[in-house]
Design a protein around this ligand. Structure first.
Ligand SMILES: [Zn+2]
Length: 205
């Protein structure tokens, strides 16, 4: 179990992202990190992110071995296996922060916005329909198509918020942990242009 509070865990990720953006990464000794985690690790956070090669959580948050659980699925989509990984990380292993990490220029989101149908991807694109609908109603004057990057990014942001709500709805243990204040569930959004992560939905207190 980590010694950090949920609030400290967020600060830790924010500081790591600042180091990443500024190019001032922590010096790492991989040999020492391997030795220090050989008998076990106590990750303080779990990140549900996309498979996009530009958004590896350990790099963008400048974290070493044993610091993060990372679940990566195209479009950071939920299914039962993903939910089980999130519940394990927080409710069994002791991570105190759950981050749903979306990003700009997401290929899965663009596919959904284009209405693509392709093999096993079709079902994944369909899972993004609620976020597409939410962005369409909140996006006001934005043309709702896959070539409008502002709209695509809006869908991705709506998808983060909807995913957080869905996690709490489908996983009573995580909802209870958040209620008790032992785990924070937060949304975050990575900008592939700048390398910066913006956090949202940060619980007060
Ligand atoms: Zn993506």
């Amino acid at each position: 179990m980590t010694l950090l509070t949920p609030q400290e865990a967020i600060l830790c990720l924010q500081a790591g992202n600042q180091r990443f953006v500024s190019g001032q990464l922590d010096a790492r000794d991989s040999g020492a990190e391997i030795r220090n985690t050989a008998s076990g690790a106590h990750p303080f956070a779990v990140v549900l992110g996309c498979i996009d090669s530009r958004v590896p959580p350990e790099l963008i948050f400048d974290q070493g071995l044993g610091a993060l659980y990372c679940v990566r699925v195209a479009g950071n989509l939920l299914d039962d296996a993903v939910l089980a990984s999130l519940e394990f990380a927080c409710c069994v292993s002791g991570a105190v922060l759950l981050v749903v990490l979306g990003h700009t220029d997401c290929g899965a989101v663009k596919g959904a916005c284009a209405g693509l149908r392709q093999g096993t991807l079709t079902k994944a694109f369909e899972q993004l329909a609620p976020a597409f609908a939410a962005a369409k109603s909140n996006g006001q004057n934005e043309p709702a198509n896959s070539t409008n990057s502002a709209f695509v990014n809006l869908v991705a942001q709506e998808h983060v918020a909807l995913t957080l709500a869905e996690i709490k709805q489908r996983c009573p243990a995580l909802a209870a942990a958040e209620e008790q204040g032992t785990v924070d569930l937060v949304g975050a959004f990575y900008d592939v242009q700048t390398g910066e992560v913006m956090f949202s939905d940060i619980a007060s207190g």
